[in-house]
Every structure is written in structure tokens, then in C-alpha cells.
Design a protein around this ligand. Structure first.
Ligand code: A4P
Ligand code: MG
Length: 299
């Protein structure tokens, strides 16, 4: 695989977003992430990434200075020991400043380097092996919000079965209460039960959609018509603050801001969450919506 300039820049920008995302997580999710990654503190992760970038700068600059630059991969234990030493005794704010400075420097270097420098076999070997893979390995899972609806069969059991089926790929960390809601879009059908969940996942948006469609079938969804009755409907509301529009998937969900049956459960979970396109919080999207007929069904 060849690492081109834009892939590398995307990856660097994502690292910056990862840090922002980390700070937005509740404390227990931060702790769970660090534990999974084997870092005692967030500063250790920052130091590690910064250390890798420093090596990358040596490689890219070395490739520019001397086509015969030999990059000897430092032995990993020695490298890690250096990183730990570097992180010790520094407070996290200082490490974060350093991380940010390094991110800017690396991005600048990528922008400024002649294409042949980045294409140099040494630079390519290092970039693809270390920066990109390292990034994949330490990427924070996405925070997602899903809407669930059912108006056929045992509605409550359908919701619960679907929530339980999400694991292990989709790890639910908060559930809204369950609301009974009058049918929207096509009135001549039974009332819905609606709820929302907040979860984290390593699945891409498209893979997440495929998984949700599978669960709909597992729970027993029969083909119906648009806005028609169903055993279960699973929609992706938000995927981090991603904005995406493809043939199969639109994120944020294109109609979420018009639907009290989605916004009321979402309000239980994340009143302050910002809609990345409309620039409004969930709470303010709900203001002025018709909420008549919606009532709490179960705590
Ligand atoms: N799709 C695109 N974006 C998304 C997304 N963010 N999440 C595509 C999920 N799917 C998304 O969905 C049709 C296709 O939309 C998917 O295959 C996917 O490629 P579907 O669930 O198969 O079809 P649908 O549900 O009949 O159509 P649609 O437009 O998704 O309907 P809604 O919006 O889900 O509405 N009233 C109440 N009170 N409560 C309800 O839950 N639900 C509906 C269904 C109607 N009225 C309701 C409720
Ligand atoms: Mg749907």
C-alpha cells in the first residue's frame, strides 16, 4: 500500500480529533479505553504517539537530505522505555501541548515535502508500517446514537432483543427510557414503542448499518413499506460528529430533527449533543416540536 499525502494528512487530522473525542468521553469510558490500550494515563498514549511522530520526522527529513539515509528501526523495548521516561514527571497539559506542536509540525512537513520524499521507499516503509497501523491500533471507538422502534408483536421484547443483539461489536453504555408514540408518516397502524441507545463501536458507519440490518432480520422484521409497521427498526442517528451522505447511508439521520419520537428518547441520553450539520443541540431541536401523544411507557 502506498501512503499518499492526503491519506497521511487525514490520519494526522484524525489523531487531533481523537484527543478531542477522548476529552468528551465520560470518565469511566476514558478509563476503559486506556485500560484496553495498556496505558496507565492518557499522557502515556500522547507521549507514545508523539515519539512515533518524532521518528517519522527523522525519516522524512532524512529521506530528503540523503537518498541513502538508513533508517534503523530502534529496538522496540528501548524505544518504549525512552517514551515512558519522557512521559514521566510531565503533566498532561505539557504533553498535550507537545502533542499538538508535533501534530502541526508533522502536518506541515507532509504538506511541504516534495512528493518524491514521501514516495521514498524508506519513508513509505516507515509511514505505512508505523503511523497508519499505529493509528488504527489506537483509534478511539466511535460514539454512536441509535434509534429503535417497534409497533408489531411484543414491542418491548423486540426492543430488548435488539439491544442485546448489538454486543459485542456495538457496546451499549446508556439506554433511554421507552416511550409510546403515535405513528408518524402513515397513521393507520398501531402505536410505536421508541427508545434510543448510546454506544461505542469500532465498526465503520457502513459496517454498522449492515449489522443493524442483520439484527432487524434476526428480531423477525418482515418486509413492509416505507413508514409502515415493523417488528423492529434500527436507525443510526449520529456517528461521532461525522457528516456522510452515500447511496445507502445518510448520517446524521436525515429526518431525526423532524421527529419528536426520536428526539424525546435522545434527550434522555444527550441533551447537549450537537447536530453537526444544523449546529443545534438535541434539546434545542426538540423545542417547538409536536410532542402530543408521546408518553413514557417504561422507566
Ligand atoms: N438509511 C439511510 N440513512 C440511514 C441511517 N442513518 N440509519 C437507509 C439507518 N438507515 C439509513 O430504511 C431504508 C434505508 O434507509 C436503509 O436500508 C438504509 O440503507 P428501512 O428501515 O429499511 O426503511 P424504512 O424504515 O421504511 O424507511 P425510513 O425512511 O428509514 O423510515 P423511518 O424513518 O425509519 O420511519 N412513527 C413512530 N411514532 N415511531 C417510529 O419509530 N418509524 C417509522 C419508520 C415510521 N413512523 C414511525 C416510526
Ligand atoms: Mg429505518
Amino acid at each position: 500500500m502506498t501512503v499518499d499525502r492526503s491519506t497521511l494528512l487525514d490520519c494526522l487530522a484524525d489523531w487531533g480529533r481523537t484527543v478531542e473525542k477522548f476529552h468528551r468521553l465520560p470518565a469511566d469510558r476514558q478509563a476503559a479505553f486506556l485500560l484496553r490500550q495498556g496505558y496507565p494515563r492518557f499522557g502515556d498514549l500522547l507521549a507514545h504517539v508523539t515519539g512515533w511522530w518524532q521518528e517519522g520526522i527523522h525519516v522524512v527529513e532524512g529521506a530528503r537530505a540523503d537518498a541513502h539515509f538508513v533508517y534503523a528501526e530502534p529496538d522496540t523495548d528501548a524505544f518504549n522505555a525512552r517514551v515512558v521516561k519522557h512521559a514521566q514527571g510531565q503533566n498532561e497539559a505539557a504533553l498535550e501541548a507537545q502533542f499538538e506542536a508535533m501534530r502541526v509540525r508533522m502536518a506541515h512537513l507532509v504538506e511541504e515535502s516534495p512528493a518524491e520524499v514521501l514516495a521514498h521507499p524508506l519513508a513509505q516503509a516507515w509511514l505505512s508500517a508505523d503511523i497508519l497501523e499505529h493509528y488504527e491500533e489506537h483509534r478511539l471507538p466511535a460514539t454512536v446514537f441509535l434509534a429503535l422502534g417497534s409497533n408489531l408483536g411484543d414491542r418491548l421484547a423486540n426492543l430488548h432483543t435488539a439491544v442485546d443483539a448489538l454486543a459485542p461489536e456495538v457496546r451499549v453504555w446508556a439506554k433511554s427510557r421507552v416511550y409510546e408514540t403515535p405513528p408518524w408518516g402513515y397513521a393507520d397502524q398501531p402505536a410505536f414503542l421508541n427508545m434510543a441507545v448510546q454506544a461505542e463501536t469500532d465498526l465503520t458507519p457502513e459496517a454498522l448499518l449492515r449489522r443493524l440490518k442483520q439484527i432487524e432480520v434476526e428480531v423477525g422484521r418482515q418486509p413492509s413499506f416505507r413508514y409502515g409497521p415493523r417488528q423492529i427498526d434500527l436507525d443510526i442517528l449520529f456517528y461521532d460528529d461525522l457528516v456522510l451522505e452515500s447511496d445507502v447511508l445518510t448520517v446524521p439521520h436525515p429526518r431525526l430533527h423532524e421527529r419528536a419520537f426520536v428526539l424525546v428518547p435522545l434527550l434522555d441520553l444527550a441533551p447537549e449533543w450537537m447536530h453537526p450539520v444544523l449546529g443545534k443541540s438535541v434539546a434545542s431541536l426538540l423545542t417547538g416540536q409536536d410532542q402530543s401523544g408521546i408518553h413514557l411507557y417504561m422507566e
